[in-house]
Design a protein around this ligand. Structure first.
Ligand code: ADP
Length: 585
């Protein structure tokens, strides 16, 4: 019989409980069968000992174990009844089981009534009944099992009921479930925030999901505007509350977090009905049926930037967990909103910069254009005077006229460079097969005279049998001329400038190498920016206006090529390299 009682999917301790309550019944039967008094006394003593052992064991178990008769009256129970403060173990026999568990419950349909009935029905089939329930009177989660004890002569149709308190496990499960749900919603909020681009979208993304985590009937995100000292509602989610629209400016009242305006403090009102002198915003909230609210500051880099507020129809609706959630959301919001603000400022600054650059370019183009006519006239008249058309010219006057002509030529060159920068685009290029040897030799011939004047020698070194490259000959001539002009300008007297060309990985590689002042490593890229010169205006020794290399770069890039500078450092010469696509064979 003990074996029967021990069958079924029970925990070890529950099984022991069944064992105890079933054990002493068959022992009584056995004693009846025996006639021998001595033997039966010994047997009784043994049974008594076994019974006490079992009782001690059962008393030590944390489960409440009861043997209940067919009418639901308790025959015996272990000491857990005392631990659970339900009664005394020595006075409990005969008490109604349901009344023991629920002393003041007269609802027959309460879970216990139903369970006992079900347990008896199953007992008739020799089966175990099991129920897991939250007992709202005992305030515990219980796992209840009822095991039938086969009919005895004295105790027919009795049940062993084992009640296990599983509150700790249940609570841990509930905490885990809530935590997972919270994690999921927090993830959703985070993803939505990250996918949003404006502060308004970010705020709206958070508000549309916060309801899943807290009892919220009203939520709002505001931004504090330092300049005006006003709060601007970024997003409001208020169940049809028409008073509070996004964008409306709303005072410094508590719901906006203004009461503290400190990054590390939140503001909570448990019941708006109890607030003696409500602020205008609190009156609005009250009118919208809000009883309790909490408002948290949004802080970025320790600075108060706005607030995040939640309101509920219930008084004292927000517990510590809700505050923790709101705090996490506020942190996310603050970071994302600040990031979006910075992005927005950057975009604005970029747009303004692009506009300013455009204005500058247009102005340069216009001025350059306007300079062309007077320059042409200056050159023309200077030439006319030099040729004696305005009367005889002295040697001093001729020198002066030469200077006028040279400088106006230089000016004309600069103006044409500026205009060329504007006009340049890859579609307008005339690309033909150009012989590198011709191109470079031609350029060297043109600049030889200038080199000689500066005491700089030019040398052309070409790899034999170079294939043609695909280029606009005039523009490429301009590029090489510009590099030679610089190489001569920045070389010392007696210096050598080499113009080399070779084949490199299926492209033409041109190098203009000088022994001049060199370029610091951190400037080799900057010199290709428009108007950039290494020496600034005050200490300039050389002429020019910092536009030549920018123009070279645009021309080379329009050809699908690349131009760059290399230098071993100041005073150690420079090499300018141009790589160009070869013409198809
Ligand atoms: P610039 O009219 O001033 O020569 P560029 O655009 O041609 O304008 O060159 C920009 C700047 O790059 C120069 O002012 C100079 O500081 C530097 N640079 C150009 N070529 C050389 C070179 N061969 N050696 C040293 N510095 C150079």
């Amino acid at each position: 019989m003990i074996q029967e009682a021990l069958g079924g999917p029970l925990t070890h301790s529950i099984r022991k409980g069944f064992g105890l309550f079933a054990a002493f019944l068959p022992a009584q039967d056995a004693s009846d069968r025996r006639g021998d008094q001595e033997a039966s006394q010994r047997l009784f003593a043994k049974i008594e000992q076994a019974k006490q052992e079992w009782e001690t064991t059962a008393d030590a178990l944390p489960e409440l174990i009861c043997l209940v008769d067919h009418r639901g009256r308790i025959i015996r129970a272990n000491r857990t009844v005392e631990a659970w403060r339900l009664g005394r173990v020595d006075r409990i026999a005969g008490t109604d089981f349901h009344a023991l568990i629920h002393p003041s419950c007269d609802v027959r349909t309460c879970c216990w009534g139903e369970f006992l009935q079900q347990a008896r029905e199953r007992a008739r089939l020799g089966q175990l009944a099991e129920l897991e329930v939250y007992d709202s009177i005992l305030r515990r989660y219980l796992l209840i099992t009822a095991q039938p004890v086969p009919a005895q002569r004295r105790v027919p149709n009795s049940l062993v009921i084992v009640i296990q308190d599983v509150s700790d496990r249940k609570q841990a499960e509930n905490v885990r479930r809530r935590y997972m749900a919270r994690l999921e919603v927090m993830n959703q909020i985070q993803e939505a925030i990250l996918a949003s681009h404006s502060p308004e979208e970010i705020a709206q993304a958070a508000l549309s999901r916060i309801r899943q985590l807290a009892p919220v009937q009203h939520a709002r995100v505001t931004l504090f505007e330092q300049d005006s000292g006003q709060f601007l509602v970024l997003a409001a989610d208020a169940n049809g509350d028409t008073h509070l629209r996004p964008g409306a400016s709303v005072g410094r009242e508590a719901f906006e977090g203004a009461a503290t305006r400190q990054p590390d403090r939140f503001y909570m009102v448990e019941d708006l009905q109890d607030v003696p002198a409500p602020s205008p915003v609190e009156r609005e909230l009250r009118a919208a049926g809000i009883r309790s609210y909490v408002s948290l500051p949004l802080a970025a880099e320790g600075e108060f930037i706005g607030s995040f507020s939640l309101g509920a129809h219930q008084p004292a609706a927000f517990n510590q967990e809700h505050l923790d959630i709101a705090d996490e959301v506020a942190d996310l919001l603050a970071i994302a909103i600040r990031q979006a603000q910075i992005d927005r400022q950057l975009q604005k600054a970029n747009a303004e910069l692009a506009e300013a650059l455009q204005v500058k370019d247009t102005m340069i183009q216009n001025v350059s254009h306007e300079l062309r006519t007077p320059l042409f006239l200056i050159k023309g008249y200077a030439e006319m005077v030099r040729e004696g058309l305005a009367g005889p010219v002295t040697t001093e006057q001729e020198d002066a006229l030469n200077t006028v002509e040279a400088q106006s030529n230089r000016l004309a060159h600069m103006v044409s460079q500026l205009l060329a920068l504007k006009a340049l685009n890859s579609a307008s290029l005339l690309k033909v097969a150009v012989s590198p040897a011709e191109l470079l030799q031609d350029a060297a011939d043109c600049w030889k005279l200038l080199g000689a004047k500066a005491g700089v020698q030019l040398r052309v070194e070409l790899e034999p049998d170079l294939p043609s490259c695909l280029a606009d000959p005039n523009l490429m001539h301009h590029v090489i001329g510009n590099l030679l002009d610089n190489a001569i300008k920045f070389s010392p007297q007696g210096g050598l400038v080499c113009i080399r060309a070779s084949r490199d990985a299926g492209r033409l590689l041109i190098a203009v190498v000088d022994q001049g002042i060199g370029i610091p490593a951190d400037k080799t890229e900057k010199i290709f920016e428009r108007f950039y010169q290494i020496e600034n205006g005050l200490n300039r020794r050389f002429g020019g206006m910092g536009i030549g290399l920018a123009l070279c770069q645009e021309i080379v890039q329009a050809h699908g090529g690349r131009i760059w500078a290399e230098s071993a450092g100041e005073g150690r010469g420079s090499t300018f390299l141009v790589s160009l696509p070869l013409a198809a064979v």
